[in-house]
Design a protein around this ligand. Structure first.
Ligand SMILES: [Zn+2]
Length: 254
């Protein structure tokens, strides 16, 4: 455990929940994997050491068998479909989007179908039929077609909107994209996690942590290590594999 005052509120919150006999649930999504890299090795090693299952959102058009070979040695990793090529099709004055309304819907759905087919073909049972839209954005009118395209789940960022398939969103992003472009302040992150834990305890979604291994600074790695040290070795918490959450989401949708 840690005696660091930044982490104390989380340690105390977990102790309270443990007394209540309820497990706090977490899951981890990491985006933009394509190839084996030292940063990916670091992520897989760190999560492996704490037995934390990790869902890698992999870019189908840019990946190949090299990643397959690396992940064969990482049984705690699952692979989701991160769009098709992570290419922006929005005009310059709009937010970046691959899966927006800027192209005919048939073209977008075709990209998604081949993304799913490519990842499943490469990764077999490690692949999960979950779409992670690049930049966490997808045109709302496309969501109803995801099921018939072969997807069982969708994962973006923020509170989930009702949909015809399971929605398993992330809700705590460790990176400060608009400021330092490094890790957010650890104290702020701890409070964001506690807020989401309370929401989950009241029937809301589990804590969905979002990371991007390729751009982590040392502060980001340190944050993950501390978080896992506090949460992954206590009975008060469970880090869930994505297949468990997808199964639950499908069950709920029936
Ligand atoms: Zn991405």
């Amino acid at each position: 455990m840690t005696s660091d005052p930044i982490w104390q509120p989380l340690v105390e919150e977990l102790a309270r929940r443990k007394r209540a006999g309820r497990k706090l649930e977490f899951w981890l999504r990491d985006d933009d994997a394509v190839d084996p890299t030292p940063a990916l090795d670091r992520l897989l090693k760190l999560t492996g050491a704490f037995a934390v299952p990790v869902t890698l959102a992999v870019i189908p058009a840019r990946t190949d068998g090299k990643l397959v070979a690396r992940l064969d040695a990482a049984p705690h990793a699952a692979v989701a479909i991160h769009g098709w090529a992570h290419r922006n099709h929005a005009p310059e004055d709009q937010k970046t989007q691959e899966l927006g309304a800027h192209r005919p819907r048939e073209a977008v759905l075709h990209d998604l179908a081949r993304g799913l087919s490519r990842i499943t073909g490469l990764h077999g049972t490690r692949a999960v039929p979950m779409l992670v839209p690049p930049w966490n954005r997808i045109d709302a009118s496309l969501v109803s077609d995801l099921g018939s395209t072969g997807f069982a789940a969708l994962s973006v960022y923020g509170p989930p909107k009702p949909a015809s398939l399971a929605v398993i969103n992330t809700n705590v992003d460790i990176m400060d994209w608009h400021g330092t472009r490094g890790c957010r302040d650890h104290g702020l992150l701890v409070h964001a996690i506690i807020a989401q834990m309370r929401h989950a305890f009241d029937g809301g979604e589990p804590v969905g942590l979002l990371t991007h291994h390729l751009v982590h600074d040392e502060s980001a790695w340190l944050f993950l290590e501390r978080l896992f040290a506090v949460t992954a070795r206590t009975e008060a918490c469970a880090w869930l594999p994505i297949k468990t959450l997808i199964g639950r989401g499908i069950e709920r949708g029936k």
